[in-house]
Design a binder for this molecule. Structure first.
Ligand SMILES: NC(=O)c1ccc[n+]([C@@H]2O[C@H](COP(=O)([O-])OP(=O)(O)OC[C@H]3O[C@@H](n4cnc5c(N)ncnc54)[C@H](O)[C@@H]3O)[C@@H](O)[C@H]2O)c1
Length: 327
């Protein structure tokens, strides 16, 4: 079986990707330092504990597993933390990725799938965000991801490294079979935070900003189901293995939901009230991030068929009620 090195495989999206890779006939080898991930989430292949910054450990892991490709999910990804501690983000996400990319090139592992983000675009009023939209990130998190995209370009020129870069919009939902799910620490993502509020595990949800230039004053985001998102990664891996070359893809549905619309949908799915209060804007948040690209469908044949708001909330709710990690 072909091994794929999955950095961040103990995290939310990486663990779902490991499941999808396993189902597609690959062996996912998780490389993770568990800074925000969970050992319990590594269920579909071997686990190698290590940090992106540890070049000797990376060399050892590349030599041991001889992966055909890297899927690079490992990163810190909280906008608020990035605003307060930009150095941490540049060191972990950029220096760490650079070390990984150098190790991959040294090992001759030249197919690379990278988790980027729509946060690299920044604020573009009333502009449809596609892969040609200028990248003007509003925070150090988005800036760190844009920097890694640039590093990948440079290493293609120097070493022939081929990359598929996915710029995700907001990822939501959970494995419908309940094997893995979303468990950030701390949790800052709207849907799980909202479900914790519904369930009484936190006093309530704060709506960050109600005076944005949107129909109901709250921010608008494009949500994509994690199972659809990881399916795109398997297609991206095949794209690279077929020698089709480097490519950037937005991963979103093209449909935006305001915070208030998501809250309303959660009330309908759970049939419970969602306790929430209005609060001030959060630094670093863009008004509206919605994908306007169909490239992933056209080139990869990707269809985000599970990415309806009720389905994403229902799958997240099931995981919230029944699933958990303890280590
Ligand atoms: N969740 C989203 O909505 C979203 C949106 C856009 C982009 N992304 C990107 O997707 C990727 C995965 O996000 P997630 O939500 O699964 O986050 P997560 O925190 O659940 O997973 C990240 C994993 O990376 C590991 N990690 C972090 N730094 C590391 C390091 N230096 N060395 C080794 N391991 C390290 C963590 O322990 C964790 O297991 C990230 O790169 C993130 O920026 C996520």
């Amino acid at each position: 079986m072909s091994n794929v090195l999955v950095t961040g495989g103990a995290g939310y999206i990486g663990s779902h990707a490991c499941k999808a890779l396993r189902a597609a006939g690959y062996t996912p080898v998780t490389y993770d330092n568990l800074v925000t991930g969970w050992k319990d989430a590594v269920k579909f292949g071997p686990f190698e504990e290590g940090a992106l910054s540890d070049r000797a450990r990376l060399d050892e892991v590349f030599a041991k597993w001889q992966p055909i490709a890297v899927m690079h999910f490992a990163a810190l990804s909280q906008v608020g933390e990035a605003m307060a501690k930009p150095g941490l983000y540049w060191r972990n996400n950029v220096e760490g990725s650079l070390t990984l990319i150098e190790a991959a090139c040294a090992a001759g592992c030249l197919d690379f799938v990278f988790s980027s983000t729509c946060a690299t675009y920044g604020e573009h009023d009333n502009v449809v965000l596609d892969e040609h939209t200028p990248q003007e990130p509003l925070n150090a998190y988005g800036a760190s991801k844009r920097a890694v995209e640039n590093i990948l370009r440079d290493f293609e020129a120097s070493h022939g490294l081929k990359s598929v870069i996915f710029r995700y919009f907001n990822v939501a939902g959970a494995d419908p079979e309940g094997e893995v799910g979303e468990h950030h620490r701390p949790e800052t993502h709207l849907i799980p935070v909202m479900l914790e509020a519904v369930d009484g595990k936190r006093p309530g949800l704060t709506v960050h900003g109600t005076d944005y230039d949107t129909p109901d004053g709250t921010c608008i985001r494009d949500y994509v189901h994690v199972m659809d998102l990881v399916e795109a990664h398997v297609l991206g891996l095949r794209w690279l293995r077929d020698g089709k070359g480097s490519r950037i893809f937005n991963l979103g549905t093209g449909r935006g939901f305001s915070v208030r619309e998501v809250i309303e949908a959660a009330g309908q799915v759970t049939n419970l009230p969602v306790p929430c209060t209005d609060g001030p804007r959060r630094a670093g948040d863009a008004t509206k991030l919605v994908s306007g690209s169909t490239r992933a469908s056209e080139d990869l044949g990707w269809e985000p068929y599970r990415s309806t708001m009720p389905q994403m909330i229902a799958d997240a709710w099931r995981w919230h009620k029944d699933g958990h990690y303890s280590a």
